[in-house]
Design a protein around this ligand. Sequence first.
Ligand SMILES: Cc1cc2nc3c(=O)[nH]c(=O)nc-3n(C[C@H](O)[C@H](O)[C@H](O)COP(=O)(O)OP(=O)(O)OC[C@H]3O[C@@H](n4cnc5c(N)ncnc54)[C@H](O)[C@@H]3O)c2cc1C
Length: 403
Amino acid sequence: MDFTRKYDLVAVGGGIAGVAAAVAAARAGKKTALVEKTIFTGGLATTGLIYIYLPLCDGFGRQVTFGLAEELLLKSIAYGPGKIPENWRKGQDAEEKNRYRVVFSPASYIIALDEILREAGVDVWFDTLFCTSVMDGDRLAAIEIENKSGRGRLEAGVFVDCTGDADVALRAGAPCVDGDNYLTIWALVNTPTPSTRRKDDGTENLHMAILGGGPAGHNKPAGSRVYRGIDGEAVSHFVMESRRLLLDHYKKLFAEGGGHNRLNSFPITLPSMPQHRMSRHIVGQVTMTDGGYGKHVEDSIGLYADWRKSGYVWEVPYRSLLPQKVKGLLAAGRCMASEGDAWDVMRVIPAAALTGEAAGIAGSMALDRNIMPDELPVADLQKKLRESGFPLHLEDVGLKAEG
Ligand SMILES: Cc1cc2nc3c(=O)[nH]c(=O)nc-3n(C[C@H](O)[C@H](O)[C@H](O)COP(=O)(O)OP(=O)(O)OC[C@H]3O[C@@H](n4cnc5c(N)ncnc54)[C@H](O)[C@@H]3O)c2cc1C
């Protein structure tokens, strides 16, 4: 081993979940590291050019998600364009005209996320690849990483898997489940076309070409295959084919006339990570499943509302962050345990912030007590989360649970 370092908590993957987990742990006084294979913070939200911070409200004027999820939404527009809908500037529970969400500039968001990590005192390890998990019995004791300094080892009391693909959990021997993806590309482009978006919020120059399949495959190019984001060959094929989609888009645009040519219509920035929505998640001690909205969950760590339709609010179980068979590890973001419709609801930016923060707080509390995260009394965690401003149950925001 070329080097070894010791931390209290290590978050692996510097997407929104990883940033939230690391910031929460560092603010709780823990010596914290964030390991990221690129040189950017934000993951899909920034390097992936996914520039829409989905809502914190239920679609009926009621804010349901708070804490770092809201702080990171505000941060996404701190140094760039995007604006909070008028009705949400008056405070929570405003009459709902537009949902509490924003569009942001990915580059502006990266420099804002860097700042929040710096201020919290997190050690950020950029350009550092998580390679494998090192076990001590059934406990994750360390991870092996690779960067310009060679092969290294980070030891910690608690790890949070925020890789989006459950890489840490899988290599620690935790059961995981794979998901399907359809060919798609979101790219930042120069010229507005029918497939780019215009806004009145300062993002007029942020034209996005959004091409290919949606989450359930609608609009997927005819004859295109289904991709697994955890297969090396499939990842390369997905990236090559998604860029071909963009090239075909321009060829068609130029052929159609209408004044478009290479001088006024061209891509500016391409996603620098594969745009997989659902690649791999842990099998949790509990897994969120279809139809779980509107129900009381005893070990809820917060609320998240369906971003696709109004009125569907989910209580998120702590046990969905805890993998099976492996101790000393939590999962957050799109690799926490949710499947089917619940995965589609929970895989997005604000939900990644919510689960990341909860994992960072839970990990810190476990460290304080010298216990594993799965041994943490849920009532104590919930007390702490409430103190951090999290409503935990539907009743806390004036909703009623079914049954
Ligand atoms: C096409 C598409 C459209 C979407 N639309 C929206 C939308 O409009 N709004 C919305 O809110 N969400 C949307 N999403 C979902 C959302 O962007 C992501 O799911 C969310 O940002 C996930 O955050 P995360 O932190 O869990 O994971 P990620 O953003 O995937 O972050 C994982 C991080 O881990 C790093 N990493 C991975 N493996 C390793 C390793 N081995 N070593 C070190 N680092 C590693 C990655 O580089 C990355 O930075 C969309 C997703 C896609 C693909």
